[in-house]
Design a protein around this ligand. Structure first.
Ligand code: SF4
Length: 382
């Protein structure tokens, strides 16, 4: 079957022991059944400090999955002091689990073709996106259903619109809700809703809406605290989470509002200097996650909500980190690290996304006002 992929895909190289946030640490590394059976027959490499009888003994069961049991430092037991994989050194790539072999690659198999992308959970992928002004995605698909047409129109809007990314997302969500309300969707409807005239009208209407940034901050602080609960409990990503969560708590308990508003204004200037990278990040999310195999328009709306939630969690984490670091410049490495960490924390399967949203919100499909609340970038700041 035909496989398609974005232009950056073949440029990826794992930086291995040079990696600033290795995927062999603080993560649930799943072990597929075939690898598990193979591991039952393999003895651990001699270099491992606490040898067990076979490799399968280094795994545990967690929620129907077999995963590698991390050591006390929350690292993969096969990672050596030089940050190299001892399984690769001893047995080569063939002893790795599927997850380790393919990460950070992702593939979605549709009836008509397969789509390959990369996940933002790897710093080397973010480095690639940071080096490119704009990412290029395949435009012609074997499958030309209205859902693929909608995804193409959304990708075109996010890559070409001359407005802040938050406003692009607000327009996209509005159009998706309208299309959903007026199903069945036709090509003519898609052309009309994504035409320059409609996009401009929507932009003008959105600019008229007052979206107080302090309300946004309160809600986003709650979102980031909710997303972090389980990771805190398990002691994961603490060096990234602790500074921002303690500040989020302080802000909830009372913080000088004018200070916060001015700090946001300064932060947003810094944050906007990473617009190209963030546009590439969102474009990739839209290409890879907006339309999953067997999805319908409702699923696309849910995925749009999740993408927006991830974006606001990244933005809010960076705001809090920027304040806790003294409100000076925002470094590329900080932006990269929080994109990676938040992506690892929110990289849920589709069913888990549904479950999270159902448990956390009154309605599975948000109203546009809530979407706008979490995405506001403070257009009340003059
Ligand atoms: S996170 Fe990416 S660059 Fe780092 S070790 Fe894993 S695959 Fe390699």
């Amino acid at each position: 079957m035909k496989r398609i992929r974005p232009d950056y895909y073949n440029l990826f190289t794992c930086t291995a022991n040079q990696c600033p946030i290795t995927c062999c640490q603080e993560w649930k590394i799943s072990v597929d059944p075939d690898t598990y059976h193979q591991w039952k027959t393999l003895v651990p490499p001699k270099t491992i400090s606490m040898p067990k009888s076979n490799l399968a003994d280094y795994t545990i069961q967690k929620e129907d999955f077999t995963i590698i049991s991390l050591n006390e430092q929350k690292k993969c037991p096969f990672l050596d002091e030089k940050k190299l994989c001892q399984l690769v050194t001893a047995y080569g790539d063939c002893a790795l689990s599927q997850t380790c072999k393919i990460f950070p690659r992702d593939v979605h198999i549709f009836d008509t073709h397969e789509e390959e992308t990369m996940m933002p959970c790897c710093p080397a992928v973010i480095d690639l996106w940071n080096q490119k002004e704009i990412l290029s995605f395949p435009e012609k698909f074997e499958n030309d259903s209205v859902l693929f047409q909608i995804r193409s129109a959304i990708l075109h809007l996010i890559q070409n619109a001359k407005m802040p990314l938050e406003e692009c997302l607000l327009e996209i969500f509005y159009i998706l809700l309208e299309l959903y309300r007026n199903e069945p969707v036709t090509t003519e409807m898609i052309d009309d809703y994504f035409s320059s005239a409609t996009v401009r009208q929507l932009k003008n209407a959105i600019e008229e809406i007052d979206l107080p940034i302090l309300h946004t901050m309160k809600e986003c602080n709650e979102l980031i605290q909710d997303l972090s609960v389980n990771y805190k409990k398990e002691g994961l990503y603490l060096s990234y989470l602790n500074p921002i969560l303690s500040l989020a708590k302080q802000i909830s308990e009372g913080y000088e509002q004018m200070d916060l508003q001015h700090q946001w204004e300064s932060f947003y200037c810094e944050f906007s200097s990473f617009q190209s990278l963030l546009r590439n990040y969102l474009s990739n999310e839209i290409f890879s996650n907006l339309l999953m195999p067997d999805a319908d328009l409702k699923d696309m709306i849910i995925q749009t909500q999740w993408i927006a939630l991830e974006y606001t969690a990244i933005r809010q984490s960076l705001f809090l980190k920027w304040i806790s670091d003294g409100s000076t410049s925002l470094k590329y490495e900080t932006v990269r690290d929080y994109i990676v960490i938040i992506s690892r924390m929110t990289g849920y399967e589709e069913d888990d996304i549904y479950e999270y949203l159902e448990n956390s919100f009154q309605e599975l499909i948000w109203d546009w006002g809530y979407f706008a609340l979490i995405l506001s970038h403070g257009n009340d700041i003059k």
